[in-house]
Design a protein around this ligand. Structure first.
Ligand code: ADP
Ligand code: MG
Length: 309
């Protein structure tokens, strides 16, 4: 059942390369010079508010939306899109199956169409936690179960990459949780994943890499870990804020300082432990009344990114 391991490379294989992609719908420039690369085994999130060009980008690489300019290459770049898409599993619309057929019957039908062995049906129903419900008619499923069946269907041909557009939209908290757990499970089995979402916590919880889009433009692209791994900032108060600012302005670890409502915010560019800062200031004759070290969450950083442009 497992596919043979063909190559064992130390460098991650490229699944998809996107270069300077543009899409214009008349006057609307929906995707602007977007470039990024998808490597095997990672989980990528395209994160951005509604209308930022996520679905358009997915539509282009899946060959259902025509690009205006730019390039995208699947795998080694030698495979044509039609062939390449046979190794891609994608759900970009609301799942739709035959309502009066069971989960199993619906998936067997997909197997017939795509020339896939029926063995895969139970295997994939298991992956999405629907094996016990295989004999239930599709129409009896909750939205979350319908979405899970769609994921099972997209996995039938053991794709190299699974692409999902807003996979948890419209689901209740339990359904959201189940879908996220399933995505993480599929990733742990080695399938590369690309998902579009307007939900920060979704990307933070599920993805290893993120492309932040706003109005069709990339604001950030890189690992989720790195966007989180900033040095943070101090929130300080003393009886001599003016002197405090002067002292810290010249410190090597300090990037910038802001003052608001009597509090001094000290943004760091390199590590600076609270106890070291406290000792340093004490030795210079400054007694702190207030000292808190904070770090921006992905959400705050995302809001900063999107506000500052
Ligand atoms: P997202 O998926 O991030 O919400 P979309 O890719 O759907 O964003 O849309 C990006 C922009 O392109 C929006 O301004 C949207 O109104 C516009 N757009 C999307 N599809 C079409 C279309 N078929 N015709 C005209 N404009 C479109
Ligand atoms: Mg969309």
């Amino acid at each position: 059942m497992a596919r043979p391991i063909v190559k064992n490379r130390t460098i991650l294989e490229t699944i998809l390369t996107i270069e300077n992609l543009n899409k214009k719908y008349g006057k609307v420039h929906a995707v602007k010079n977007v470039s990024f690369e998808i490597k095997k085994g990672n989980v990528y999130g395209i994160l951005g508010p509604n209308g930022s060009g996520k679905s358009t980008t997915l539509g282009i690489i899946l060959n259902v939306v025509n690009k205006t300019s730019g390039e995208y290459r699947w795998f080694d770049g030698k495979t044509d899109t039609h062939q390449a898409l046979k190794k891609v599993g994608a759900i970009i619309e609301r799942p739709n199956f035959y309502p009066y057929m069971t989960a199993e019957e619906n998936l067997k039908l997909v197997c017939d169409i795509k020339g896939i062995h029926y063995d895969k049906v139970e295997e994939k129903l298991q992956v999405v936690g629907l094996l016990e419900r295989k004999d239930s008619q599709f129409r009896t499923f909750s939205l979350g179960m319908k979405q899970r069946l769609a994921i099972a269907s997209a996995l039938l041909n053991d794709p190299e990459i699974l692409i999902l557009d807003e996979p948890t939209n419209g689901l209740d908290p339990q359904g959201i949780r189940q879908i996220r757990d399933i995505i993480k499970h599929i990733a742990s089995l080695g399938t590369t994943i690309l998902l579009a979402s307007h939900l920060l916590d979704e990307v933070e919880k599920v993805c290893s890499h993120v492309v932040v889009l706003r109005k069709g433009e990339i604001l950030y692209s890189g690992s989720v870990h790195e966007i989180m791994a900033n040095e943070g900032f101090f929130e300080l108060q003393s009886d001599n804020n003016a002197e405090l600012k002067t002292l810290l302005q010249n410190h090597d670890a300090v990037d910038s300082i802001e003052e608001e409502d009597g509090k001094i915010y000290v943004y760091l560019k390199s590590p600076f432990a609270s106890e070291d800062l406290n000792r340093y200031l004490f030795q210079k004759g400054i007694i702190l009344q207030h000292l808190v070290k904070r770090k921006h969450s992905l959400e705050e950083q995302f809001l900063q990114l999107t506000n500052h442009q």
